[in-house]
Design a protein around this ligand. Structure first.
Ligand SMILES: [Zn+2]
Length: 428
């Protein structure tokens, strides 16, 4: 299968990390971008008219819990410990594998419609999630969430190992895996060491929550006399590829440790704001050269899975609280949402439109009043555009959304299944 996108404004990134726009064509063969240029003389199975459209790399939602779309609007305006202990964990205890499958499908539908072509997830009943990913045609890095403070941790770790062995590289390579120790406060150091040795054995990374709340930091000092980042460093976690969601409460020593260990931080500004967790020191991390990606976190703490909103929130928030309009530029926000998200997921061939890279491409329709005039498309994307402007989505060289219709998922069926299941889940 080959696709030719004609006459689009193509967002490309040079080796110095500078974005530029090229008016031209993109030729996709199989799952790879083969050629980019003006008036390409090639024959393709499918030709897409790119007039008035911007072709950008697909967005990466680097940290979410997809099935939590089932709890959208169920637990709002509560502190994190009450939100988790009184609302989310009790209702999660009632989930069946099929509930997760349908919740994930709803999440993927929403993400594709918002231009997200890859995401990072940590949850449970991950076999069902992997099935949904396989069917929907999206790319995902999946982790079985590990909590060692209840149940038998060794059984859970074995489950996670089985999942890693079963799914790594499946769905034509669209599915990759990591181990998912939930957080320092749910995974004591001895257990973390076991997870590290399993991850080393399978040659995969770690997806975790880190330094999300003040309470977490206080508890770690009470228990171990050190910060959550230090706890992870001493347990050997940071020697691996680590995707660390949140990193809100950090000391300057912690930032140094994250930098020295090349940790991939995922900033979830809307979730942190909604749960009142605080604001991550993103400008400091970027200044140090730490790779910072963007995530929505789960839909119960956001409440949508929209990377346009996370980009804009990140770009505005840090300017505002630091009284400095030069922080988190449009260019940085777009990199956080694309290339750096791909890096956090460990995807080397994704995140930019360039010959030889995977064809994960989103076409934005600029034929809209809020995107006129077309002066600087990059600023328009961060400060003016939204999910509804996503017209076409190509993942791994396949068209999964055309003219806003998702071709791989049955929208009506998903809405029905989710509604039915949520009714049961939230009834007493
Ligand atoms: Zn999370």
């Amino acid at each position: 299968m080959s696709i030719l996108i004609k006459n689009a404004a193509i967002l490309s990134l040079d080796n110095e990390g500078k974005f530029s726009w090229l008016e031209g064509d993109i030729f996709i063969k199989g799952d790879i971008i083969e050629k980019i240029g003006r008036k390409l003389d090639v024959k393709a199975d499918v030709v897409i008219d790119g007039k008035d459209k911007a072709a950008i790399p697909g967005f990466v939602n680097a940290h979410t819990h997809a099935a939590m779309t089932l709890f959208r609007g169920y637990a709002d305006d509560l502190p994190l410990d009450i939100w988790l202990n009184k609302k989310i964990w009790p209702v999660e205890a009632k989930l069946t594998p099929e509930d997760v499958y349908w919740g994930v499908k709803l999440a993927i539908l929403e993400m594709i419609k918002g231009g997200i072509t890859a995401y990072g997830d940590m949850y449970f009943f991950m076999d069902e999630e992997a099935e949904a990913v396989k069917e929907a045609g999206i790319r995902a890095s999946l982790s079985v969430g590990l909590i060692a403070v209840s149940g038998d941790p060794s059984i859970k770790l074995k489950e996670a190992e089985d999942f890693v062995a079963r799914w790594n590289g499946e769905a034509e390579g669209r599915i990759t895996v990591m181990f998912g120790p939930h957080a320092p406060y749910t995974c004591p150091p001895d257990f973390l060491k076991e997870v590290v040795s399993a991850a080393e054995q399978y040659g995969v990374g770690i997806h975790t929550h880190l330094a999300e709340t003040k309470k977490e930091v206080e508890d770690m000092y009470k228990l171990y006399g050190k910060s959550p980042v230090k706890v992870y460093e001493e347990a050997g976690v940071l020697n691996l590829h680590v995707l660390a969601a949140h990193c809100v409460h950090l000391t300057s020593d912690d930032i140094e440790i994250l930098k020295n260990n090349e940790v991939f931080v995922v900033h979830n500004p809307q979730s942190n704001l909604k749960l009142g967790s605080g604001v991550a020191p993103v400008p400091e991390m970027l200044k140090k050269g730490i790779s910072v990606a963007l995530g929505t976190d789960g839909a119960a703490s956001n409440n949508n899975l929209d990377i346009f909103e996370e980009m804009r929130t990140a770009a505005l928030l840090h300017k505002g609280i630091n009284c400095d309009p030069t922080l988190v530029t449009a260019s940085e926000a777009v990199k956080m949402a694309t290339l750096w998200g791909a890096e956090a997921l460990g995807l080397k061939n994704v995140g930019r439109i360039e010959p030889g890279k995977k064809a994960d491409i989103v076409l934005l329709d600029f034929n809209a009043p809020h995107l006129q005039p077309k002066i600087d498309n990059l600023a328009q994307i961060v400060y003016s555009a939204g999910s509804a402007d996503v017209n076409t989505v190509i993942i791994d060289g396949k068209i999964v959304m055309k003219d806003r219709e998702v071709l791989t998922l049955d929208e009506e069926r998903i809405f029905k299944e989710v509604q039915k299941r949520v009714k049961r889940l939230i009834s007493n």
